[in-house]
Design a protein around this ligand. Structure first.
Ligand code: AMP
Length: 542
């Protein structure tokens, strides 16, 4: 017997319809490439998304055709989120931080038909357009009078002229909720990049679960600042969850420096912000230097790489901002776990509470996880046993776009490539990427633990731990450190700083001071590049 409920497909167009009707005045604020602050609301975003849909129809794009963006976080990008997916096309967010050759490879692999780009990326598009063989239409996200006279890009149009003539009425098509809605290529640390292809259904379910109180806790009373880029895993689904809840959206545009982010938080009364640790590092540095305080920020979700304890302490204890440590992946839309405490943790002293906060958190509804040993046998949830982390759920990929790399699943579970523990309360803690774990004398050393201790030293701006070949121990950890400007610490002082903070055999054998640690397009440390930089390095005594 079937239930007797109305059958309505879970489509992304329903989000913007809802936001328009129920939160039409809900604000959408953007710092633009032009440098000014632009103010609009869900009602206008909805109308302009429908213009985008009409404009795409005008280009005769077929259902599921890919429309690419090279854009910062901003209202025009948001309109494309809804206009492209809502009209049945697939939004392909390209990462502008990638090498131009990679952008070409990815755009051709995705068979993008249209490319909409912010003017900051004009030089990239000028360099790559002739090699992007499937792109027929280039749209610059600007006013008509800002379009360069001689860009060299055939048929280049301004976004405002492109949608300007279109009607603001459009009937969103109804189709199967399992249809593709957007796509994002993974960083591709091994081999060519591979794409996760999200569906309308997976996106809506992810937005629901992400907005729940024990996940990101989003509501119409929030002003949300996604610093995490809309070109990386749909800004962790925040644009969708915001439309679903009516939260005010505040977009930073290209200005990611500490001063600009801090000023935007204060000016727009941001209550909730999301970003990777490197962004917050810059903002905290700016605040510390100027003795600044937040007046409205209540919580911040930090993920993408491990959040160092010093950062949690700074936010919680110094600035009164709750840190939600979160973990996920491109292949998971991305949210998997969020570290929201349970009642039993609230009474803990601050040292024990910190131990919990450092974990990546517990699964949000919809994501199941398990850890397994080398033979694939499930390991206990005791907070000690560590093994390969596998996940499954309705917003976890089943395969990559075009079947690249074959079937990634093992008995229906997706292997994340992370190594983790899970405790009896279900809190998962990443100890490493499986390829970064350091194997010393048959034991594993967590590079994240070694980095976290160094990051707690007042003179350390950034630290990356890697394993170096050792004749006796197989591998030994060393730590590459970037000092804070104007601060000093010697190798011996930093090694001594580990005293009492970890087991002796986990203390790094050496410290290498570097100007910068190579970061990838999504702000993650690139340890492969760091290893290349240090290829001539010799361990003391090795
Ligand atoms: P990406 O698909 O580029 O977002 O990268 C996903 C990977 O980032 C995960 O598999 C983890 O290795 C890493 N990651 C994400 N969030 C965290 C976190 N909170 N702590 C440690 N690693 C993380």
């Amino acid at each position: 017997m079937l239930g007797l409920m109305q059958s309505q497909q879970l489509l992304i167009s329903t989000l913007i319809d809802f936001a328009e009707r129920h939160h039409g005045e809900g604000e959408v604020i953007s710092r633009r490439v032009e440098g000014d602050i632009h103010r609009t609301n869900y009602k206008e975003v909805a109308a302009r998304s429908r213009k985008v849909a009409n404009a795409l129809d005008g280009l005769n794009l077929a259902f599921s055709d890919r429309v690419a963006t090279l854009a910062w976080n901003g209202y025009r990008h948001l309109e494309l989120y809804f206009g492209v997916s809502g009209s049945g096309r697939v939004l392909h967010t390209l990462n502008p931080r990638l090498h131009p050759d990679q952008i070409v490879w990815i755009a051709n692999h995705a068979e993008d038909q249209v490319l909409c780009f912010d003017m900051s990326f004009l030089p990239i598009v000028q360099a790559v357009h002739s090699r992007c063989t499937t792109i027929k239409h280039f749209i610059a996200l600007c006013d008509a009078d800002k379009l360069p006279a001689d860009s060299g890009i055939p048929g280049l149009q301004s976004y405002e002229a492109w949608i300007g003539q279109q009607p603001a009425t459009y009937t969103w098509p109804e189709f199967d909720e399992n249809s593709a809605s957007s796509m994002c290529y993974t960083s591709g640390t091994t081999g060519n990049p591979k794409a996760a292809l999200y569906s309308h259904r997976s996106t809506i379910l992810h937005a629901f679960s992400g907005a729940l109180p024990d996940a990101l806790n989003m509501s119409a009373r929030d002003a949300v600042l996604p610093v995490v880029p809309m070109f990386h895993v749909n800004a962790w689904g925040l644009p969708y969850s915001a439309a679903m809840t009516g939260a005010k959206l505040v977009f930073p545009g290209p200005a990611m420096d500490g001063k600009s982010i801090f000023e935007l938080i204060e000016a727009e009364k941001v209550s909730f912000a999301a970003g990777v640790p490197t962004v917050w590092q810059m903002m905290l540095g700016h605040m510390q230097a100027g003795g600044l305080r937040f007046s409205t920020l209540k919580r911040t979700v930090i993920g993408g790489s491990a959040c160092p304890p010093a950062m949690i302490t700074a936010f919680n204890d110094v600035y009164g901002v709750e840190v939600l440590h979160a973990w996920g992946m491109t292949e998971m839309s991305p949210l998997g776990t969020v570290c929201t405490l349970k009642n039993k943790h609230l009474a803990m002293d601050s040292a024990d509470k910190m131990k919990v906060r450092l974990k990546q958190g517990r699964g949000i509804y919809g994501v199941d996880m398990k850890i397994v040993d080398g033979e694939g046998a499930e390991l206990p949830w005791d907070g000690k046993a560590y093994g390969d982390l596998l996940v499954k759920g309705p917003w976890v990929i089943s395969e990559y776009f075009k079947g690249e790399g074959g079937s990634p699943l093992v008995d229906g579970w997706f292997p994340t490539g992370d190594v983790a523990t899970i405790d009896s309360d279900g809190f998962m803690q990443i100890t490493d990427r499986s390829k970064d774990v350091i194997k010393s004398g048959g034991e594993w050393i967590s590079s994240i633990d070694v980095e976290n201790i160094a990051m707690a030293h007042p003179a350390v701006a950034m630290a990356a731990c890697i394993g170096m070949k050792h004749p006796k121990w197989d591998e030994r950890p060393i730590i590459a450190v970037v000092k804070k400007p104007g601060s000093e610490v010697s190798r011996d002082e930093l090694i001594a700083f580990y005293d009492g903070k970890t087991a002796k055999w986990q203390v790094p054998d050496d410290v290498v001071f570097v100007e910068a640690i190579p970061l990838g397009g999504t702000g993650k440390m690139q340890k492969t590049k760091l290893r290349e930089l240090l290829k001539d390095y010799k361990l003391p005594g090795a």
